[in-house]
Write a protein that binds this ligand. Structure first.
Ligand SMILES: CC(C)(COP(=O)(O)OP(=O)(O)OC[C@H]1O[C@@H](n2cnc3c(N)ncnc32)[C@H](O)[C@@H]1OP(=O)(O)O)[C@@H](O)C(=O)NCCC(=O)NCCS
Length: 179
């Protein structure tokens, strides 16, 4: 990956806060003007070569230790929302359709305290190489999507998906494997 400062993201992207020391972008990065990156100062965002981030995608890298990695030749579709408190890793050659949401955290749900006052539950999302995520899918925390897997449109992924599986529905279940 060619290393250069994430300050190469603007003027195409709306960078709410830069996080230059920790962030890198490879060659041929295309970020549509309406994409937005909202990041705490110490956030880590590493983007490989030949990556496209489509219109209105929103990256929120928020407390405590957010890190987002995107491999080479990967396409982030329109209106994706990627929210990291800890670690979201997206492999090489990944295709993500429009309106996909990837979230590495949730909230405590004890009944004696309002949810908004409870500590966040913080996990990770790991997406392997050559994965295709259909439009509108949601990828929730503590999930690994194996190399070559396909996630159907509008699916909600709540558990690991094996390599080369085709998984659909809410919650996403394997219906077959790529041949
Ligand atoms: C997942 C997908 C690739 C599977 O395609 P396919 O191999 O042709 O699969 P099939 O149509 O044979 O479907 C297999 C089964 O899964 C079901 N299914 C397929 N996609 C589904 C989805 N998104 N949600 C729920 N069920 C789904 C089918 O109804 C079928 O069920 P059945 O066996 O009970 O009849 C496709 O359905 C899909 O969701 N594509 C995403 C399209 C998209 O988002 N494009 C944007 C461009 S990036």
């Amino acid at each position: 990956m060619t290393i250069k400062s994430v300050s190469s993201l603007p003027p195409n992207a709306l960078l709410t806060k830069t996080c230059e020391p920790a962030s890198r972008a490879g060659a041929n990065l295309v970020v549509k003007r309406s994409a937005e990156f909202r990041m705490v100062k110490h956030a880590v965002l590493e983007v490989g070569s030949n990556v496209t981030i489509q219109d209105y995608s929103f990256f929120q890298l928020t407390m405590p230790e957010p890190k987002v990695f995107i491999g080479n030749n990967t396409v982030i579709g329109r209106r994706n929302i990627i929210t990291a408190k800890n670690r979201i890793s997206i492999g090489n050659d990944v295709l993500i359709g429009s309106d996909v949401q990837i979230i590495d955290h949730g909230h405590g749900m004890r009944r004696d305290v309002p949810i908004r006052l409870q500590k966040a539950e913080i996990g990770f999302v790991e997406i392997g190489d050559d994965v295709w995520i259909g439009a509108g899918a949601k990828i929730l925390m503590n999930v690994t999507i194996g190399t070559g897997a396909v996630i159907g449109a509008n699916s909600v992924v709540t558990a690991d998906i094996p390599e080369y599986a085709i998984a659909v529905g809410s919650p996403a279940k394997v219906v077959k494997y790529r041949i």
